[in-house]
Design a protein around this ligand. Structure first.
Ligand SMILES: Cc1ncc(COP(=O)(O)O)c(C=O)c1O
Length: 389
């Protein structure tokens, strides 16, 4: 009775189904290897935790943080963008703290679109994108991310008469782990500017990159008509802290500030202080987690390839996105994998129609556990083949 049509339009999540399968497996006594959720198992750098502990002892942090109180975090974000990407932003007008990138996106869509506007978004993509679009009353048009194109969207294929209000991109990508170079963002920004479309780049994996790869920023293509969402959840293992920032086009940032002004009061000041410190850390301290995820990638990908699963060698993010030979129903496969082998992974279908046939592993366990998980799935495959024959 009290459900608005916009609440009713928020799609249900396959993750609830997976959670139920996990509970059944646990109840049957099976040991569980949970690789389903992309929540870092690492801790933030100790100096960041200490800054937060210190802040909790400072009564000045107990009050509502006003916009002026967010200046140190905005300035740290601006310094980070300059140091890391060579992007210059005005911390007064072109940066805004967020309670995570997910909150930022939902409110940004409310701030820059009107009901009935069109949003182009990746398929497969991070599932809350569809929910945020539904809350804003948007028409969504999926942009297929296909392996043969390196999981980059083909903007040329978008019909010329479509007038999208916004294009949403995310590289390094969840769930495919694909990356995009600066030339791609320059093309995407030019494509958007030619259509008066806002380019929104969701960038929570900016520092979770491996080997010598460094992810570019969409803001390198200029701030005009571009907004980027940054997060400390993955890059500094601060998912539970709920902190990030938006940066880019001053008009869009002002609209976002207006909507957020009606909704929240910025993150707790202690968390802002911790985040500002984290953004200024040198790579040797700030990027330690990336090496850990890299070692996990190095263990899991060869194990999956040995099973003849098609999987690219990720340069970033915290996922392996694998096409399982002959798979047509990833949801029932993932449920079986949980119930029969105790390995909990995400079905590709959960990320969109183009995710069917794939499964996603979150690299949130040590290398030997990942290899064990691959072995358990290989064993299940063999058992199923024997049963069929
Ligand atoms: C693509 C993408 N965007 C946003 C988020 C959420 O980020 P935050 O914790 O900053 O809200 C995630 C988390 O998995 C993600 O994968």
């Amino acid at each position: 009775m009290w459900m608005s049509s916009r609440a009713a339009d928020v799609p249900g999540s396959v993750f609830a189904l997976m959670d139920a399968a996990k509970s059944r497996a646990r109840a049957s006594g099976l040991p569980i290897i949970d690789l389903s959720i992309g929540s870092s198992d690492q801790s933030p750098p100790e100096v960041v935790l200490e800054a937060l502990r210190e802040a909790t002892r400072d009564p000045l942090t107990y009050r509502y943080p006003l916009f002026s109180d967010t200046a140190p975090l905005r300035e740290a974000a601006a310094a980070y963008l300059l140091r890391r990407f060579g992007v210059r932003v005005n911390p007064e007008t072109e940066v805004l703290p967020l309670i995570g990138a997910q909150e930022g996106l939902a409110h940004l869509l409310l701030a820059v679109t009107d009901p009935g506007d069109t949003l182009l978004l990746p398929d497969p993509g991070y599932p809350p994108y569809l929910g945020a679009a539904a809350v804003a009353g948007l028409k969504t048009v999926p942009l297929p991310l296909l392996p043969e194109r390196g999981f980059l969207p083909g903007l040329d294929a978008v019909p010329a008469d479509l007038q999208p209000r916004a294009l949403l991109l995310n590289y390094p990508n969840n769930p495919t782990s694909a990356v995009a170079d600066a030339a791609f963002f320059a093309e995407a920004a030019a494509w958007c500017r030619a259509r008066s479309t806002l380019l929104i780049h969701d960038h929570p994996y900016a520092e979770l990159t491996y080997d010598n790869y460094r992810a570019p920023s969409a803001l390198e293509a200029g701030l005009d008509g571009v907004v980027e969402l940054h997060s400390l959840s993955k890059t500094h293992h601060m998912g539970g802290f709920r902190v990030g920032f938006a940066a880019g086009d001053a008009g869009a940032v002002a609209a976002l500030a207006r909507v957020k002004g009606a909704v929240d009061f910025h993150p707790y000041l202690g968390i802002q202080r911790a985040a500002a410190l984290a953004l200024g850390l040198p790579d040797e301290v700030g990027r330690t987690g990336a090496t850990i995820f890299q070692a996990r990638r190095d263990a899991l990908i060869p194990a999956l390839r040995a099973m003849n699963w098609e999987v690219q060698w990720p340069q970033a993010s915290m996922y392996a996105w694998a096409r399982v030979p002959g798979l047509t129903d990833s949801v029932s496969y993932a449920v079986r994998a949980a119930e029969e082998s105790g390995v909990v992974i995400s079905p590709g279908r959960a990320f969109g129609a183009r995710g069917e046939g794939f499964v996603r592993f979150a690299l949130v366990q040590p290398p030997e556990v990942l290899v064990k998980a691959a072995g358990l799935l290989a064993g299940m495959e063999v058992r199923e083949r024997v049963e069929r024959e």
